[in-house]
Design a protein around this ligand. Structure first.
Ligand code: EPZ
Length: 400
């Protein structure tokens, strides 16, 4: 698909079931490199990114089947330690094969992922952690070449300028599970997807405690075995559906939701005046009164997720009052601002802040998607806008 055309003004009502989390599934699929046994991963969303990870695992020599949301990974003839530029450059998450390749083979050659539209996105923390485990790192022809005779546990502080790093924590954790001795990761990312990866590794026989907190402790083991795991529900997909209900004055019941992963968003929506009815694994979302503008700042989990910032901006763009949106994870993640303004929004960017003055109504327009969450933001805006919105470069949306 290269374009999505939305006729706005329809109220969304009904039920929707959320898929497994993309950002859990991707590192969990990479973790299968750590064993020769069969691993079965359930609830994997059928997306371009998960299909890319299938291709990467196959290129490394794994046998992979992906049917009806179930990924089965078994060993091929031998494991190859080189992750090619052509694949890694299409998806940054592919860089998380570095840790498991190094853990399993004691060598890895993985293409540097490069920057992307949401910012520079360095990998210094990944490399710092891997080095601390005793590996040498060289950059050769755009590839990270990591080698170690043996990996040794260490105490690693993994905080960066913008706080903790999700995929760096994943990479170091996956390298450390087969290292000799104990590793402590301090300032580890606390995102539920990191904890889900740790749960998967524990099912494989790893000894990990503290996941979901800033201090993760890993006692290395000699080998890991196969297991079966179901990935957690996607909190960003759930959050996006919640906003779809509010922005269209709808009434949506969202199923397969891990409500405790959505604390910051739920708090903001309640502050804005939304009516939310929570039950065990579901949430019903609608308006009860006029919504009001709220300020928000993105932060590492459990703070407000950067992956919900763009979608929330769509809602704020037609909510009366002034809302200040501050982006603290990716200070340049504002490509959607100009596109929303093309639809009539009144948003001014001031460095890492966007000042959103709520207007009465957006008007449909041709706009361009720049990344996955910016695409979701424009879809929401298009649903609420008067008239037709044509979103081009929609392939970004198909990634996730
Ligand atoms: C993960 O990316 C997610 N991707 C992103 O989701 C998400 O936006 C991000 O975490 C933040 O929550 C996956 O899980 C596949 P980080 P990741 O390392 O791990 C800086 C989506 O739309 N940093 O936690 O790559 C970095 O520049 C995607 O689904 C360093 O400085 O993000 C950023 O400012 C987009 N050095 C901050 O840390 C490093 O070595 C957090 O990034 C690594 C990161």
């Amino acid at each position: 698909m290269d374009k999505l055309v939305i006729e706005g003004g329809v109220t969304l009502k009904g039920e929707v079931t959320i898929s497994g989390a993309k950002n859990s599934a991707l590192p969990i699929m990479a973790a299968t490199i750590l064993t020769d046994d069969a691993c079965i991963i359930k609830g994997v969303p059928v997306l371009r990114d998960t299909n890319t990870m299938v291709k990467i695992l196959r290129s490394l020599g794994k046998c992979v089947e992906f049917e009806n949301g179930v990924v089965t990974v078994t060993s091929g003839k031998s494991l190859n330690h080189v992750a090619d530029y052509k694949l890694v450059s299409t998806m940054r998450a592919s860089f998380c094969v570095l840790g498991p390749l190094l853990g399993k083979l004691k060598k890895a050659k993985v293409s540097l992922p490069g920057g992307c539209i949401i910012g520079v996105r360095p990998v210094d923390l990944h490399l710092k952690g891997i080095k601390a485990l005793g590996a040498t790192i060289d950059i050769e022809g755009g590839y990270v070449v990591a080698k170690a005779d043996k990996l040794k546990g260490n105490h690693i502080y993994l905080g960066g300028v913008y706080g903790s790093s999700v995929l760096a924590t994943d990479n170091v954790m996956m390298a450390a599970v087969l290292a000799h001795g104990k590793t402590v990761i301090e300032s580890a990312a606390c995102e539920p997807e990191v904890a889900d990866l740790a749960e998967f590794l524990i099912k494989m026989g790893a000894k990990i405690t503290g996941h979901g907190t800033p201090i993760i402790e890993i006692e290395g083991v000699a080998h890991l075995h196969g297991c079966t795991h179901t990935v957690i529900p996607d909190r960003i997909e759930a959050g996006t559906m919640m906003l779809a209900s509010l922005i269209t004055h709808g009434d949506i019941s969202i199923k397969n939701v891990a409500i405790h992963h959505l604390g910051a968003l739920i708090d903001k929506l309640q502050e804005a005046g939304a009516a939310l009815v929570k039950s065990d694994h579901a949430i019903r979302v609608r308006r009860k009164t006029r919504l009001k503008a709220v300020n928000l700042t993105t932060l590492p989990y459990p703070g407000f997720p950067t992956d919900m910032q763009a979608q929330m901006m769509s809602l704020m763009s037609i909510t009366p009052g002034i809302s200040v949106v501050t982006e603290k994870i990716y200070p340049d993640r504002f490509m959607h601002v100009a596109e929303l303004n093309r639809m009539g929004a009144n948003i001014q960017r001031e460095g890492p802040h966007a000042i959103v003055s709520g207007i009465k109504e957006l008007s449909g327009a041709p706009v361009m998607a720049s990344d996955l969450r910016a695409s979701a933001c424009l879809v929401l805006a298009g649903l609420a806008a008067k008239g037709e919105t044509a979103i081009s470069r929609i392939y970004h949306l198909e990634r996730g």
